[in-house]
Design a protein. Structure first.
Length: 177
């Protein structure tokens, strides 16, 4: 059962790894990277639990629409990052990054609500599932941030533009997946 939850955690955390590459291109300090990974992990662990608590009736209403809403948010953030001007945008990077992190974490974990619905109908220990999903997501996010840091230091493009492009690619991959 643990390895199955681990494999499901890897599948769920893949979106976080891809999106965190975008954040990593911004060359943020590693302490901040860990905070981002922790936020992503909490959302990744919490959404299935929330899905389980919401229940089966609401799952029929929401169904797979949560995934498309999350994809839409990623695409909007990606387009915004690509189109925004660089004038005066760096004055409040910590606050902007914090808001962006929360929005991305929520958008990326929305499809996990449906996983929670499914897990809630089974006899799996939800606490263990949440712990495994959170830890796997934290690790995958840290890997994605480091890959983004590597790419960002070698590509001579605005971090916002590169971040926006990666988010759009992530949204498209989520759509076809």
């Amino acid at each position: 059962m643990i390895w199955q939850l681990g494999m499901l955690g890897l599948a769920l955390g893949l979106n976080n790894a891809l999106a965190s590459v975008a954040l990593g291109t911004m060359q943020i300090p590693r302490t901040r990277q860990f905070m981002i990974a922790l936020i992503f992990g909490v959302f990744e662990a919490g959404m299935p639990v929330l899905g389980m608590w919401i229940g089966r009736d609401l799952s029929m209403l929401i169904g797979n629409k949560a995934k498309f809403f999350g994809i839409f948010i990623l695409a909007v953030v990606g387009i915004y990052s690509l189109l925004k001007s660089g004038d005066g945008e760096d004055e409040k990077p910590a606050r902007t990054l914090g808001v962006r992190t929360l929005v991305l974490a929520a958008a990326l974990s929305l499809d996990n609500l449906t996983v929670g619905f499914a897990l809630g109908m089974m006899t799996l220990p939800m606490g263990l599932a949440a712990l495994i999903f959170g830890v796997v997501s934290l690790g995958m996010t840290l890997i994605g941030l480091e890959i983004g840091r590597f790419i960002g230091s070698r590509v001579n493009v605005s971090a916002d533009k590169l971040s926006g492009a990666v988010l759009l690619v992530t949204a498209v991959l989520m759509l076809v997946h």
